[in-house]
Design a protein around this ligand. Structure first.
Ligand SMILES: Cc1cc2nc3c(=O)[nH]c(=O)nc-3n(C[C@H](O)[C@H](O)[C@H](O)COP(=O)(O)OP(=O)(O)OC[C@H]3O[C@@H](n4cnc5c(N)ncnc54)[C@H](O)[C@@H]3O)c2cc1C
Length: 407
């Protein structure tokens, strides 16, 4: 049986049987890429399209040309893993378990309370969250290609007579690539929030109108019923004695209790001489919801997507979040001039709200569209790194089955 399968895959390798286009290089998309590549090898061509400069998505690590070795985890600071399968998946992504320094900070007293959550806490290799997605992609073969700085803004499915390929286009209408299977690993191209940011209909919704596929329509309806909660992140970098004051605090990641502006504060050792500590603030959901329309002048949404961002408002929000931080007792003063920052980044859809896309709806066989990411139902909680890892694996395996079955 195994010999037969190997022979089949060898034949498939010489006569291409599958091209998979993955929209989104977050943990979910990279996990799907690795699953498909591991199972099918050179029989399949996988291309990951990603708006950002590299993989990671919401579990990305910000880098800057100004300080080439500096890295700041400005999205997810850690991954809480609650299933054995999730533990295996994060270990396969080079994740490292961490303990201690996680809990709650009382905003009126400045007291920190250590909290033991169920499961395990992981970070990316070397404490760099972006390494989770990066190591998944690096662990694939030459059959996986990445196209960074590439935003998919148009989708259409060629008529079956023209082989039924999916065609992916950029904002100028140019073809970015073609695929037999489309994996939607960042729900943006399928969700009504696209229209609020970019004006036109979400590309997959537009394409679905021409297809008339009831399964795809049902998946899109379920995705449209999900909403998202935003977070504004502000981070700055310190060195020397200023950095040391932050390192002396009893926490690394603290949820802030009783604060209208701030939701979390993180202290990260960058390990780099000259800019040893990065402090990252995450706003409360209410603060991010009240203060819309600011994405951060260095964000991918602005740079590649052309989303408009108000710089004056950006400075105002930076100041408000730093002031709220300064009011918490025991917190060291933030110097007027930091080594780097403060930098603002809006995560418009930091956390998924609503029901996960069901396993059934995550696979549209006739339309050859599959969905993965932290908005898809798995055994892990929705809207988590663990969910994205498992959904990528689950969807990747379903596509492998389809490709093998159809070959
Ligand atoms: C501030 C913040 C704090 C968080 N804290 C935690 C935490 O403590 N623990 C935890 O487990 N999780 C946390 N999360 C959630 C976690 O980061 C996500 O669940 C996980 O990273 C989602 O991965 P994903 O691959 O599903 O989606 P994403 O990471 O969003 O990946 C989707 C990718 O698709 C790309 N993309 C979208 N549209 C297009 C397009 N048209 N063309 C090309 N590319 C496109 C995006 O740029 C993105 O990189 C946090 C998230 C944020 C923002």
């Amino acid at each position: 049986m195994r010999l037969l399968l190997n022979a089949l895959l060898t034949t498939m390798a010489t006569s291409r049987v599958g091209r998979v286009g993955i929209i989104g290089g977050g943990v979910g998309g990279c996990s799907a890429a690795k699953t498909i590549s591991n199972a099918l090898g050179s029989a399949v061509e996988v291309t990951v399209y990603e708006i950002g400069r590299g993989p990671g998505g919401r579990a990305a690590t910000r880098r800057t040309r100004e300080f080439p070795t500096l890295h700041v985890n400005h999205g997810a600071p850690t991954a809480q893993i609650v299933t054995e399968e999730g533990r295996k998946a994060i270990e396969a992504a080079g994740g490292e378990e961490v303990k201690g320094g996680h809990g709650t900070l009382n905003s009126s007293t400045g007291e920190f309370q250590e909290e033991e959550e169920g499961g395990w806490l992981f970070v990316g290799e070397g404490g760099v969250m972006g390494n989770l997605a990066a190591s998944l992609i690096e662990g694939t073969g030459a059959n996986v290609k990445t196209k960074y700085n590439s935003m998919v803004r148009g989708l259409e499915r060629a008529a079956n007579g023209d082989d039924g390929s999916w065609i992916l286009r950029n904002g100028a209408g140019e073809i970015l690539g073609e695929a037999d299977w489309l994996v939607v690993a960042g729900s943006g191209v399928a969700h009504p929030r696209w229209t609020a940011t970019f004006g036109n209909e979400p590309p997959l919704v537009e394409a679905a109108k021409a297809l008339g596929d009831s399964q795809l329509d049902s998946s899109l309806k379920a995705i449209a019923s999900q909403t998202a909660s935003p977070v504004i992140a502000v981070f700055f970098v310190l060195s020397g004695s200023e950095a040391q004051r932050w390192l002396d605090l009893p926490f690394k990641v603290a949820k802030i209790e009783g604060n209208e502006v701030l939701g979390k504060v993180m202290i990260q050792r960058t390990g780099e001489e000259g800019y040893e500590v990065a402090v990252v603030l995450h706003s409360s959901r209410a603060f991010a919801e009240t203060n819309k329309g600011v994405y951060g002048s260095t964000s991918s949404a602005k740079r590649v997507g052309g989303a408009k961002s108000d710089k004056g408002k950006e400075d105002e929000l930076n100041a408000m979040m730093l002031e709220a931080l300064a009011e918490i007792p025991q917190i060291p003063e933030v110097p007027m001039t930091c080594k780097y920052g403060p930098v603002l980044h809006r995560w418009g859809n930091a956390f998924v709200v609503g029901e996960g896309l069901s396993r059934e709806n995550s696979m549209c066989r006739d339309a050859k569209v599959a969905f993965c990411g932290d908005y898809v139902e798995t055994d892990a909680p929705l809207s988590s790194i663990e969910c994205a890892l498992l959904a990528g694996k689950q969807t990747g395996e379903a596509i492998v089955k389809e490709i093998k079955g159809g070959a």
